[in-house]
Design a protein around this ligand. Structure first.
Ligand SMILES: *Cc1c(COP(=O)(O)O)cnc(C)c1O
Length: 354
């Protein structure tokens, strides 16, 4: 750290993304990317002609892609905000709805960025522990007294909170915003979308990074009522009005229009998830009931960290979090059937070598 860095960032711990190794070819099951390419329409949308227009700024209102996303969810254009990855949508929520008197409220075990955002925007956090079974207890969120950030399904557990319980939290926090981060909702969870019309304090955040195979395009969005979307747009225009680049807008519009391909990819992931969960359980792992494109699993013969390291030695990358309560687990992204078989094969070898 330089001597010039503002003292308010002393000791700040930034978000640590999963490894993106550039040398050795790993079987990459560590960052919850899709193993499948973007929809065919995305490839044809990114034509040479469009590349030749990169001298021009993108539409700051993202009208075309915004309309495609709104139509997909049965919303109006002013109920959608497009962002540079959903992380940016979450950042705008922190900027708009958290302050010294309105803490960010989130679980002890959840998406790591909430804590980082609270730190960088200098707002207090109210951390609510998950239950011993690593579940969200809605009762613990009654009148939480701040802006609630709920990942549903949660990360890295993969556990989903039933929609009735999401609504219960909305009803018991009427004076505060509840942000439901649905990065993984398309892998078997239930979206809070039907609750938008009934609750004026709900913001849903989704991403094209996971179920739409576009992690590299950096495209996310917030869905809410026009008043809250206008707040978030104020943040956006005060920060980076051209926040989504031309090519990503085209890619996103093409991706959301190909429903069949989306269904095919997410169905394959859910099938491979069921297969992998069963195979891991047969090998003695405790595996949480995932509604996401990853499994959270605890080996019975090695620590989480030792298993992670042994897999890495065999060319398979998974994610380990050295964090109290979950250090015994690893998070395994769901890839193709062949990738999952490679994980299981490597696991069998590790067990034989013990
Ligand atoms: C992956 C992820 C995101 C953010 O993804 P972007 O690539 O920034 O859209 C947000 N929330 C959760 C819980 C995630 O796992």
């Amino acid at each position: 750290m330089s001597k010039f860095l503002s003292s308010r960032f002393a000791g700040m711990q930034p978000y640590v993304p999963g490894e993106q190794p550039q040398g050795r070819q790993y079987i990459k099951l560590n960052t919850n990317e899709s193993p499948f390419p973007p929809a065919p329409g995305v490839l044809s949308a990114l034509s040479r002609e469009e590349i030749a227009r990169l001298n021009l700024y993108p539409d700051p209102d993202a009208r075309e892609a915004g309309a495609a996303i709104a139509a997909y969810y049965g919303l109006q254009g002013d109920e959608v905000l497009l962002t540079n990855g959903s992380d940016e949508a979450l950042a705008f929520c922190f900027q708009a709805y958290c302050d010294a008197d309105t803490p960010a409220v989130y679980a002890d075990i959840t998406y790591g960025f909430y804590k980082v955002f609270a730190r960088i925007y200098c707002v207090p956090s109210k951390v609510i522990p998950l239950t011993p079974r690593l579940e969200i207890d809605p009762e613990a969120y009654r009148d939480a007294g701040g802006t609630v950030f709920l990942a549903n399904p949660n990360a890295p557990t993969g556990l989903a909170l039933p929609l009735e319980q999401v609504e219960w939290i909305l009803k018991h926090n009427r004076e505060n915003i509840v942000v439901v981060d649905e990065a993984y909702v398309d892998f078997g969870g239930k979206s809070a979308l039907p609750l938008l019309k009934k609750h004026d304090n709900l913001i849903i955040v989704q991403t094209m990074s996971k179920a739409r195979n576009l992690a590299g395009a950096r495209l996310g969005y917030a869905l809410s009522n026009p008043a809250l979307i206008a707040d978030l747009n104020n943040m956006r225009f005060s920060f980076n009005p051209y926040n989504v680049n031309r090519l990503s807008l085209l890619a996103g519009a093409a991706a959301i229009r190909d429903e069949a391909y989306f269904r095919q990819c997410t169905a394959a992931i859910m099938e491979n998830r069921a297969y992998t969960a069963e195979e891991l359980r047969r090998r003695g792992f405790a595996v949480l009931e995932s509604k996401a494109n990853f499994l959270f699993a605890k080996p019975d013969r090695l620590s989480g960290e030792a298993y992670y390291a042994a897999l890495k030695g065999k060319g398979v990358l998974v994610r380990h979090f050295a964090q109290p309560r979950i250090a015994d687990y690893v998070r395994v992204s769901i890839g193709t059937r062949e990738q999952m078989q490679a994980l299981l094969g490597a696991t069998d070898e590790i067990w034989r070598e013990l």
